[in-house]
Design a protein around this ligand. Structure first.
Ligand code: ATP
Ligand code: MG
Length: 200
């Protein structure tokens, strides 16, 4: 175990976006490792590059953003080393979901509004684990119960718009853990509470 490579190794990594005529630095020269079984929190002020870092680790920064990257992000998963900054899309789509999952910051925009909650998770399981649909359904109901949803059968058949914000977050967590990933990325927002005094 001592000699095991980190699951994620980020070295001298940076991201720039085009801005006006120049470049805007969103992430500047960061380095860290995440070992198997470790929980690592990236904490920073709003806009300081937390999400951009997370999205980069699973190659989900949109190409349309024109982002340019420097440094390296290596994933060591399933006996394979992958340099994420240069990996082909098909290589990353195999790794994503099956070995690495992400829970996004916005539950509202992360679920497909046109699919029932259970079906979205079943789809992920079927794609990655190759289960038959009836087995996938049983598995989904188990996972929905595991994430603390009281009535898995009912949630399974609801569309995202028909459940509460907290239930949506649990559905997203269920989806992210459904394929038993080696590594789970979570973008969580904790806003400072503040007092609002209305001036009448
Ligand atoms: N696609 C993009 N194109 C251009 N700039 C972007 C893009 N995505 C993020 N940025 C900019 O990069 C910076 C870092 O954004 P990021 O989303 O990582 O913030 P964050 O640290 O996750 O903030 P929060 O805690 O509010 O979620 C911000 O200034 C943001 O405006
Ligand atoms: Mg963020």
């Amino acid at each position: 175990m001592q000699n095991e490579q980190p699951i994620v190794s980020v070295k001298n990594f940076g991201v720039e976006f085009p801005s006006g005529g120049g470049r805007f630095t969103a992430v500047n020269n960061i380095s860290f490792d995440i070992n198997k079984g470790e929980v690592v929190a990236i904490v920073g002020e709003s806009g300081s590059g937390n999400s951009v870092t997370g999205l980069s680790i699973i190659q989900l920064l949109s190409e349309a953003s024109g982002a340019s990257m420097e440094g390296s992000i290596v994933l060591n998963i399933d006996g394979q080393s992958t340099e994420v900054t240069t990996a082909k899309k098909n290589v990353m789509s195999t790794i994503r979901g099956k070995h690495v999952s992400m829970i996004f910051q916005e539950p509202m925009s992360s679920l497909n509004p046109a699919l029932r909650c259970g079906e979205q998770i079943a789809e992920a399981i079927q794609n990655h684990l190759g289960l038959w649909s009836s087995d996938a359904r049983t598995e989904v109901l188990k996972i929905l119960a595991n994430v603390g949803l009281k009535d898995p059968e009912v949630i399974y058949n609801k569309f995202p718009s028909q459940i509460s914000g907290g239930q949506k977050q649990r559905v997203l967590i269920a989806m992210a853990i459904s394929c038993n990933p080696d590594f789970l990325l979570m973008a969580i927002r904790k806003l400072k509470t503040f007092e609002y005094k209305a001036t009448l």
